[in-house]
Every structure is written in C-alpha cells, then in structure tokens.
Design a protein around this ligand. Structure first.
Ligand SMILES: *[C@@H]1O[C@H](CO)[C@@H](O)[C@H](O)[C@H]1NC(C)=O
Length: 264
C-alpha cells in the first residue's frame, strides 16, 4: 500500500510562499512531487526556491490588489488543484491600536484572502470534479474540483490582548472559509489555526511587544503554557495544510484545524 502523499502532476498556488509557513509548505509540496506557484510581495526569494524547475514565483505580487491576484491565477497553466492563502501580516497593536495598523492588517489578511480566494474559486469551480485511486484497490476517492486552505490563527478562535485587529482579521478568514465551503460544495475549503509558530513574522511581533506582557499569544509566558513545550515549527503547520490539500481529506470542508501543540 502506498502510504506517502503524492502530489505528482498537481498544481498548487501559495501566497506568501517565500517565508515562514508558506516557505516550509512550498518545500514540502515540492518534495511530494507538486508543481508550486508562489505569489509573494518580496523581491528576493530564498535561494532554495529560485532554481527549482517545479517552483514558479511571481515576485512583488500585492494580494491587496484584485488585478494582481487575477493575473497570478491566470498565469497558472492547466488545472489549479489547490490554493493556500498563507500571506498575512501581524503588528503589535497594544490596547488602543492605530487606524493605520487596523486598515493594513484587514487589507492584507482579509482583502488579500478574499481577492485571491475569489479568483481561485472562479477558476476551480469550472474544473472537472475528479476521482482519484484510493489506498484500497478498487476504492476511489472523490477529490472534487480542488482545495483551498486559508491560514487562520489561534486568534481565529479567541481574542488576543494587544492584537485586536489581527484577531478580527483572522476571525474574518474563518467566516470566509465556512461560507465558501457552503457556496462551493464541489471544492473543499478549510482553514488551519496555528498556535504560536516560530516564523520571522512572529519574531518581529514579539520583539515589538512590551517586555513582561504576559498576555501576548507568542510571548514567553504563552510558550510555557504549550503542553508540547515549544512553539510550532513552520513545518508542523505546513504538514496540516498538506493534509487538507491532499486526497486524504476528501470529505472535510468548512473546517478549521487547530495546530497548537495542545494549547487550545
Ligand atoms: C478592502 O476591500 C474593500 C472592498 O473592495 C475596500 O473598500 C477597502 O478599501 C479595502 N481595504 C481595507 C483596508 O479594508
């Protein structure tokens, strides 16, 4: 029996694929045989991604702009099997956050997911509803027209002191996920809710928080309360995304999978 996840011949789009969770995900999907299309605002992607023949990067792609999302999705040839909305921002806000930070956070996290998700669903909802061989001979899985995974947060499921705009934006991503799953039952649309994850973005958010603040989701006190005793690695989150993109989650849609080392 084949026990590996096989993405050979699958085209997967990832926003924010040049760092953090998106980068780990791109590397994992490549190892599993996928062809990966990355949209990222950065102009200088990591060396690991540049020369790979199954990685295609659209540099400087601003997901807050609908036309940028449309041309990115249009640039992907053949069948679009999956989209992962991974690009996001988080800024330490404090108790009275600034309107600028609120708007920027909503623009990237919510508008960005809305823009790319809408363009991908427009494309995917016209695709064939396919079946794929299962692990048991003679049994097939209906894998539908494609899969979308939105990267939410522990802050999709609870409030976080000092990160109200971020938490609102991540709650909104859950609302999009749940409604899109009902609107497009031949697709699968799910979210992951990572707890504290060791990424450059998390590091920058922690660095900006006042020292000694025990309520920060990614502060030292929070890490001490994670039963597994550490932050997630980006690969821990990427693995959950891979499951939700794969044929192995064929009947799961509209769900949010927390990945938090037991700190739920
Ligand atoms: C988000 O999208 C809406 C609708 O297109 C737009 O009006 C708004 O200015 C955008 N930005 C923010 C920060 O909400």
């Amino acid at each position: 029996m084949k026990t590996t996840l096989d993405f050979t011949g699958r085209n997967i789009a990832i926003t924010g694929g040049c760092s953090g969770i998106g980068f780990a995900l791109a590397q994992t999907l490549i190892a599993l045989g996928a062809t990966v299309y990355i949209a990222d605002i950065v102009k200088n992607p990591p060396a690991e991604l540049v020369d790979h023949d199954r990685i295609h990067i659209t540099y400087g792609c601003d997901i807050t702009k609908r036309d940028a999302c449309k041309s990115f999705i249009d640039s992907i040839p053949g069948r679009l099997d999956g989209l992962v909305n991974c690009a996001g921002t988080s800024t330490w806000e404090g108790k009275i956050g600034s309107d600028e930070v609120y708007q920027r956070t909503m623009d990237i996290n919510v508008n960005g997911t809305w823009n790319m998700g809408t363009e991908a669903m427009r494309r995917m909802s016209g695709q064939e509803d396919v079946e794929s061989p299962g692990a048991i001979p003679g049994v097939v899985r209906n894998v539908g027209q494609g899969a979308i995974v939105n990267v939410g947060s522990g802050a999709s499921l609870r409030g976080v002191s000092g990160l109200a705009a971020y938490s609102a934006s991540k709650h909104a991503i859950l609302g999009l996920t749940r409604s899109w799953a009902r609107d497009f039952p031949k697709l699968r649309v799910n979210a992951v809710a990572p707890g504290a994850t060791d990424t450059p973005l998390a590091e920058a958010t922690v660095a900006a928080a006042p020292t000694g603040d025990t309520n920060v989701i990614i502060g030292k006190a929070q890490i001490a309360s994670i039963p597994k005793g550490r932050m997630a690695y980006a690969t821990d989150i990427a693995d959950a995304v891979v499951f939700l993109l794969s044929d192995w989650s064929s009947f799961i849609t509209g769900q949010c999978l927390p990945v938090n080392g037991g700190n739920f």
